[in-house]
Design a protein around this ligand. Structure first.
Ligand SMILES: [Zn+2]
Length: 476
């Protein structure tokens, strides 16, 4: 995510008449002093769940289910109507890097280095051992009707950002290719890290069977004139069942709407995912438990959501929104709040930028941004604005006309000198040096970041769930 300076924010815009605290916010519900410590108790639990898992992660195929059990156990002690929403996800694993050698026209054999000159692309098919394969270059014109004569051959295709990667690869497979190699344009220096798969994959949609590799431009040039090549890949592609954990808390208002408050509960396979995103998961869990302790009566219905499979393409939240639309219930969902990464060690508290939302969800998203900003002002805390374009579970909501917003404390963005003066921490270093890595453990979580963000989140949840005529407020 890219970042912008706080000067862009307009904290009070549009709020002067709307936020009547006396009317909307019950006086007796305020964030407890030990909120941060209580959130850390959940973080410790998630840390040990990861530690006890097979690969020290909470990914869909590793510690996710144990993480979900932990949340469900807490929810069962609340007034929540708890629902597990099951869906299917494709898992792609690479045991080790592919091997490839080329026999040139001269008869000379060149062995390329996996991970340097080429690699298996994510979601690019099953393990294969292909020998004496002929390579045919096909021009990628994005034309779906154009016929490719590549039966039994390796399709060599230059990267073309204008064409959809999945459609190109799948077309090659349907044309009978034995493998696909996408090679870089002369300008592209890095191997593509893209997934070869429609991003919003759902049960029943196809996946690649044949291997798909990404290669450097120079390797591509050599392959054009090769006699034949041998390829061995060590990948696995399979489908598993997973589920979102949902808690429905009834509203008591006359014109009630629903609010979806979500955090993804899965981590990447590479690490325990404490900042990303046990921090969001623990924060919304603890806030819910505190509201329960106080027998909080929201005006609007709250749906707390712990999404699965965010790290493999926002698949949990996409499934939820798809089902919501199918049932027609989307008209009752006024908004979404998304909390993904709240405890980055070198943090900057970011409020997601509402004006990034598509037109149908823009007005409401800007309103949500302003409410969050107002809470920062009230708490005398600084913040920046971050984009809300992609990369987390707000996306399926805003794409379907449901306003969204949220907080985020940063991942691989580098902290500027100016930001360091404003927020402390370390300049010229990433906001989270352990982002998507093994070291994203409990030691990686900033108590201060959790303290700052959880207070704002608490206040915003009270504000929105207590708001009478919430839909009108967001549309005004
Ligand atoms: Zn995340």
């Amino acid at each position: 995510m890219s970042t912008n300076s706080a000067s862009e924010s307009s904290p009070l815009l549009g709020l002067s008449h709307d936020t009547n605290a006396a009317e909307d916010t019950p006086e007796d519900i305020s964030p407890p002093r030990d909120l941060t410590n209580d959130i850390f108790a959940h973080l410790k639990a998630f840390n040990s769940i990861a530690y006890q898992s097979t690969r020290n992660s909470r990914s869909v195929t590793d510690g996710f289910n144990a993480s979900a059990e932990y949340v469900i156990d807490k929810l069962n002690k609340t007034r929540c109507d708890v629902k597990l929403q099951h869906f299917k996800v494709p898992i792609w694993e690479k045991e080790k890097e592919a091997e490839l050698n080329v026999t040139l026209g001269s008869g000379e054999i060149v062995t390329y280095q996996g991970g340097v000159d080429f690699w298996s692309m994510r979601y690019g098919g099953q393990a294969a051992n292909l020998t004496f394969q002929n390579v045919t270059e096909v021009r990628n014109s994005c034309d779906r009707e154009e016929e490719w004569d590549i039966e039994g051959k390796v399709a060599l295709i230059q990267m073309n950002e204008k064409c959809d990667l999945w459609e190109t690869a799948y077309k090659a497979e349907k044309s009978g290719a034995s493998a696909v190699i996408f090679y870089n344009t002369p300008k592209q220096k890095k191997l593509s890290y893209s997934r070869v798969r429609i991003v919003d994959w759902k049960e029943g949609d196809p996946l690649m069977k044949i291997p798909v590799l990404a290669a450097s431009n120079s390797m591509g040039q050599i392959l054009i004139n090769s006699q034949h090549i041998n390829i061995t890949t060590y990948t696995k592609l399979f489908i598993v069942d997973t589920f979102n954990v949902l808690c429905y808390l009834n509203g008591h208002g006359v014109n009630e709407s629903s609010i979806v408050i979500g955090s993804h509960l899965d981590s990447v396979p590479a690490g325990p995912g404490l900042v990303d995103n046990a921090s969001g998961s623990s924060t919304i869990l603890e806030i819910l438990l505190h509201l329960e302790k106080n027998r909080f009566k929201p005006q609007n219905r709250i749906i707390f959501a712990w999404w699965s499979a965010e790290e493999i393409g926002l698949l949990g939240s996409r499934h939820f929104v798809r089902e919501l639309i199918k049932s027609g219930e989307n008209v009752n969902v006024a908004m979404n709040l998304n909390f993904d990464m709240l405890g980055s060690p070198n943090y900057i508290p970011f409020v997601l930028r509402g004006s990034d939302a598509p037109i149908d969800a823009r007005n409401g998203s800007i309103k949500i941004q302003h409410v969050l900003e107002k809470s920062f002002h009230k708490n005398r805390k600084h913040y920046n604005i971050s984009d809300m374009l992609g990369g987390s579970d707000f996306l399926p909501f805003i794409k379907n006309g449901i306003p969204s917003g949220g907080l985020y404390t940063g991942s691989s963005e580098i902290k500027s000198r100016k930001s360091q003066q404003e927020f402390g921490g370390i300049a010229n270093a990433p906001l989270d040096p352990c982002y998507h890595q093994e070291c994203d453990s409990i030691e990686n979580v900033s108590k201060e970041a959790i303290s700052v963000t959880s207070r704002v989140i608490f206040e915003s949840i009270i504000f929105f769930s207590s708001k009478k005529n919430l839909a009108d407020f967001l549309n005004s």
